[in-house]
Design a protein around this ligand. Structure first.
Ligand code: SF4
Length: 706
């Protein structure tokens, strides 16, 4: 008999509600949930084809184990698999210490999964070596919010998009990466053509179709641009002196720094017209409300934290924060990158927006968990973690629900690390990802439509994810795998101590976790599965006894810092890490396509989603194609300082001369020689650890066919 189950889309951070039509074991269709406040029934091409994606033949169906490198994996049972994993991890920890093992998890996981892995790493193993692919996605925004506003709490709501008079979209191709939000913006602009939209992006993307002004800056020059805008706001007296004096600190130092960023100086750095800069400053300075939206173009950068803070500076200087239609609003890439931040799933964080480096925070969590202490040695961020694997310092690695052998920069080094690691566990729904080939133990995980729990979207809204059908074969929920392993490891490492892992349902994980948010900036200790079922998705904070969540933060102008004031951050503009040269004269940019998701484990199996772009390709400005004596569709060799790739070239007038673009989605399964990350660089932001995935120097040569 057919039924309908309400759940949440598993792709981007918009977090659209979906209605799954299914019977006992098959999903037949997906429609948008009209009651969900993120999308009100809308879905994009990816969400509306969810039921057609994910090849059943590619699913991992039972555990597979190999007993030596070079040997084939063979089927085993769960008990043998988990005992083996616990024995290897336990022995490694006993012989080499807790920091000789690591966990690399994912923004695709549910909050309950994240929490289980965090508790496993910090409380059972005793290491902070747990990081997430959200490091590649949002860690610069985390630093930006924390250092400027005092907490990692994006203050805005989606309704601010409709309410704002002036929107700055910077480093985000919303039209492709957050399509349903972009549709909300399109509709709002059509109803109110006076709404001003500024897009800052080196490429003239589909998002620019809605722009009143597009600033096609040179890659990586955002900080100079934002300082230049602030300088003009100050000069024209478009700032809010009262707000600055009463609610912020550090303005004088910033004012003196940005004085150097004159329109002509900034125009020279960014490669734009100084008049366009003046026009943008006027739009922002004179608009009654001002909203900024950003994503990977700001975050995936060696200056990602500085870019985030420079943008937040504009809101603090104009007092346009905590009001309808105003505020800094980062868009999360993955469906539950926000849940990862809440549960402390970056190596430097702890659950409840706490810091692993803060002794008081560690003591609070240890006390709550009923253990003596949490580890105080610093954990490794993603790039450092794989480098430690390569150097032999990490001897057992657990990877869950992510594909670093396709998604991490500088693939040659990542694959070398995975091949050298003595014991690699991969917990995955699809056995065909590039990372699975490195698994000594492959554990089958359940996928979207089969899982229960919660996710938090970009606007801090917690939504239920519900299972419609059982997982195939012997696949298990991610939280259940983590908990089973934790209990076995506890018996090995702490046989005389009581277990701290008595979880038998995702709800028990959620209930324990929400207690850790009490009295914190993200307090959702008042939320429960029952309330979510009764009230629908809710935004945090959601305090005990509340009737609904909180749409907007900082309306009271009180910031979660020691003195209640926000901080202006005065970072100077720094150039990108990798410069062009005679040998590598072009700049490579990377990013998403409209109809594909990440490494295409799901979307790569739906023919319909290849109608937009059907193959991996490198785009160049037509002038560069002519100058290099190439032609559209010709195969070219793309070489960076780290690797090479062969692809067809296509002309794209939306790219500036001297710049190239390759989508991030294709890996080994689709493209011989690997995907774009054989070319990208491992340089990262020293504050956030986020790699500079969006910029590399390359050269292009024709490939001569035999
Ligand atoms: Fe899913 Fe994002 Fe599309 Fe919404 S916008 S349907 S969350 S991919």
């Amino acid at each position: 008999m057919r039924r309908t189950t309400a759940s949440t889309c598993c792709y981007c951070g918009v977090g659209c509600g979906v209605l799954i039509e299914h019977d006992a074991d098959t999903i037949h269709g997906v429609t948008g949930d009209p009651a969900h406040p993120a999308n009100y029934g809308r879905l994009c091409s990816k969400g509306s084809t969810l039921h057609k994606t994910g090849d059943p033949a590619a699913r991992a169906l039972y555990p597979e184990l190999r007993l030596g490198k070079g040997m084939a994996r063979s089927r085993t049972d769960w008990d043998t698999a988990m005992q083996h994993a616990a024995r290897v991890f336990g022995q490694t920890i006993t012989d080499f210490g807790p920091d000789s093992v690591a966990f690399y998890i994912s923004g695709q996981l549910l909050t309950e999964d994240y929490y289980a892995f965090n508790k496993l790493a910090r409380a059972v193993v005793g290491t902070n070596n747990i990081d997430s692919n959200s490091r590649l996605c949002m860690s610069s925004a985390v630093v930006g919010y924390k250092q400027s506003l005092g907490a990692d709490s994006p203050p805005c709501s989606y309704e601010d998009i409709e309410q704002s008079d002036c929107l700055l979209i910077i480093g985000s191709n919303m039209a492709y990466a957050h399509p349903v939000l972009f549709r909300r913006l399109e509709q709002a602009k059509s109803l109110d053509p006076a709404k001003r939209i500024i897009v800052v992006d080196p490429r003239r993307t589909a998002t620019c179709e809605l722009a009143d002004v597009h600033l096609g800056i040179q890659p990586g020059t955002d900080v100079a641009l934002l300082h230049g805008i602030l300088n003009l706001l100050i000069q024209q007296d478009w700032i809010d002196e009262t707000f600055i004096q009463t609610h912020t600190g550090g303005f004088d130092a910033l004012q003196s720094l940005v004085g150097e960023y004159t329109p002509e100086h900034v125009a020279g750095i960014c490669g734009i017209d100084p008049e366009a800069l003046r026009q943008v400053a006027q739009m922002i300075g004179t608009a009654p409300s001002f909203l900024s939206l950003w994503c990977m173009g700001m975050n995936q950068s060696s200056a990602g934290s500085a870019k985030n803070s420079a943008l937040i500076n504009l809101h603090l200087a104009t007092g346009k924060i905590g009001k309808p239609g105003s505020g800094p609003f980062s868009l999360t890439g993955q469906p539950n990158a926000m849940g990862g931040r809440e549960t402390g799933s970056l190596s430097n964080l702890l659950p409840g927006h706490r810091d692993a480096t803060n002794a008081k925070d560690r003591a609070e969590v240890a006390d709550y968990w009923g253990i003596e202490a949490l580890p105080d040695s610093p954990g490794l961020s993603a790039i450092e973690l794989f480098e430690a694997v390569r150097r032999g310092k990490i001897k057992a690695l657990w990877i869950a629900c992510t594909n670093p052998a396709q998604s991490m920069p500088d693939q040659t080094l990542i694959r070398e690390a995975l091949a050298l690691c003595p014991f690699v566990v991969v917990q995955e729904a699809f056995a065909t990802t590039e990372t699975c080939q490195f698994a000594d133990l492959l554990l089958p995980a359940s996928s979207w439509g089969e899982k229960n729990g919660t996710v938090t979207n970009s606007e801090r809204r917690v939504s239920r994810v519900r299972s419609a059908i059982p997982a195939p074969g012997e696949a298990r929920a991610d939280w259940a795998i983590a908990c089973d392993f934790a209990q076995r490891l506890e018996k090995q490492l702490k046989p005389d101590q009581p277990s701290v892992f008595g979880f038998h349902q995702p709800q028990t994980l959620f209930d324990e976790f929400r207690g850790l948010t009490a009295k914190r900036d993200l307090d959702y200790s008042g939320l429960s599965y029952q309330l979510l079922d009764a009230l629908g998705p809710q935004q945090w904070p959601f305090l005990p006894g509340a009737e609904r969540g909180t749409a907007r933060l900082y309306a009271d102008k009180l910031f979660p810092t020691i003195d209640g004031r926000a901080r202006f951050i005065a970072d100077t503009y720094k150039t990108v890490k990798e410069q062009q040269s005679t040998d590598y004269p072009l700049i490579l940019n990377t990013g998403r396509l409209r109809d594909q998701w990440h490494g295409m484990s799901r979307t790569g199996t739906a023919a319909q989603l290849f109608g937009h772009v059907d193959q991996a390709q490198i785009s160049l400005n037509p002038a560069d194609i002519d100058r290099l004596e190439l032609h559209d569709g010709q195969l070219v060799r793309v070489t960076s300082r780290r690797g090479k790739l062969v692809l067809p070239v296509v002309a794209d007038e939306q790219l500036q001369a001297g710049q190239a673009y390759i989508p991030m989605h294709w890996g080994d399964r689709f493209l011989r020689g690997g995907g774009v990350n054989v070319l990208t660089q491992p340089a990262f932001d020293p504050m956030s650890g986020q790699p500079e995935l969006k910029q590399a120097a390359i050269r292009i040569e024709p490939v001569s066919l035999p």
